[in-house]
Design a protein around this ligand. Structure first.
Ligand code: ADP
Ligand code: MN
Ligand code: MN
Ligand code: MN
Length: 336
């Protein structure tokens, strides 16, 4: 019987931001459904998920995709982490999202997440002169040419890998700061968009290994007059997408305004370095929404305003946010 390599991926207990971990299990034969993938375990004392004694944590497969790097029948397996007694581990942020998604499933929430990130080569952003700075921002966003764009080969490889894995990647673009890029995942339901975003992040780091380049999701990778990195969350419910949906979107904005602090709490660490009011952001201390306003906390896209229905864009989440937490907060605030 043929052997397949299953790469189990999970979130660790690193604070304040969980990191991705993974390891390989050899399985016999072909995997058709999630039930064909066995539960597994790992040493939680090495991932900040357990004390030295009694350190076993369980890995519960929740979704799998073809492994675009190993090819063949090999797979990537997104996993939740449970305690030995079967309860969700404290770091398992997917388990609460499962409950929220189930409770509000009649609202049919969709998410499209714009994942910004920055390539680093050693201590410098990719393409930056050693110990110095490139030309001021301006020509780099959606730029072309070897003097403006750095890392396109990795970005193209990553996009292709996401497509081969069946991830709902909806586009890529070079960002405002040189060495900074974005890809988008969605629109999808909350669990799917989050699982796929985590797998897409894993693929980005993994492919970076082959180039000796690492991607960071830090929201302010270079201090000073340089753009930060966000993860705009585009969001809609069934009633927002239906006739008269603009009213539902405006109501949702009012609810988001009241819950601003609760949202900022789960929108990523160090986000105060990014949400300064400069560089197409609103200050972390304010909440504003508006049509086409890229300096607002929440933007209502022009097309949505024109059509009178559509979606909203929460511009506050940082690039390093956990989509399981962000999706849960958005659904609970706007549908609750
Ligand atoms: P921006 O103009 O802010 O750069 P992008 O084109 O990068 O926007 O990303 C927009 C995202 O919104 C895409 O991932 C897209 O799939 C998603 N999207 C489109 N329509 C909806 C919708 N109705 N609900 C949720 N997300 C949506
Ligand atoms: Mn975008
Ligand atoms: Mn962007
Ligand atoms: Mn955006």
């Amino acid at each position: 019987m043929s052997k397949i390599k299953a790469e189990y991926i999970w979130l660790d207990g690193h604070k304040p931001t969980s990191k991705l971990r993974s390891k390989t299990k050899i399985l016999d034969g072909h995997v058709k459904t999630i039930a064909d993938i066995p539960q597994w375990g790992f040493d939680g004392s090495s991932t900040m998920q357990a004390e030295g004694r009694d350190s076993d944590c369980a890995l519960i497969p929740v979704c799998f995709v073809p492994d675009p790097i190993r090819g063949g029948d090999h797979i990537l397996v997104m996993s939740e982490v449970n305690n030995a007694d079967g309860t969700p581990h404290a770091t398992n942020t997917r388990a609460p999202l499962r409950k929220v998604a189930e409770k509000y499933k009649d609202h049919d929430p969709w998410f499209g997440i714009e994942q910004e990130y920055t390539f680093f080569l050693g201590r410098n952003p990719l393409g930056w002169p050693e110990g110095g700075y490139p030309a001021p921002q301006g020509p780099f966003y959606c730029g072309v040419g070897a003097d403006e764009v750095f890392g396109r080969d990795i970005v193209e490889d990553h996009m292709e890998a996401c497509l081969e894995a069946g991830i709902m990647i909806s586009g890529i673009n070079a960002e405002v700061m040189p060495g900074q890029w974005e890809f988008q995942v969605g629109p999808l339901g909350p669990l799917a968009v989050s699982d796929e975003l985590w797998i897409a992040r894993w693929l980005l780091y993994r492919l970076g290994e082959d180039y000796g380049v690492n991607a960071t999701l830090h929201p302010k990778p270079v201090k000073g007059d340089w753009n930060g990195a966000g993860a705009h969350a585009n969001f809609s419910t069934k009633s927002m997408r239906a006739r008269g949906g603009i009213k539902v979107i405006e109501d949702a904005c009012e609810k988001l305004k009241k819950a601003h602090e609760r949202h900022i709490d789960v929108y990523g660490a160090h986000n105060e370095e990014r949400l300064t009011g400069l560089h197409e952001t609103c200050s972390i201390h304010d909440f504003r929404y508006g049509v086409s306003d890229r300096g607002a906390s929440v933007r209502i896209p022009m097309d949505t305003a024109k059509a009178g229905k559509g979606y909203l864009e929460d511009r506050r989440p940082a690039a390093n946010m956990d989509p399981y937490l962000v999706c849960a907060a958005m659904i609970e605030t706007t549908c609750g």
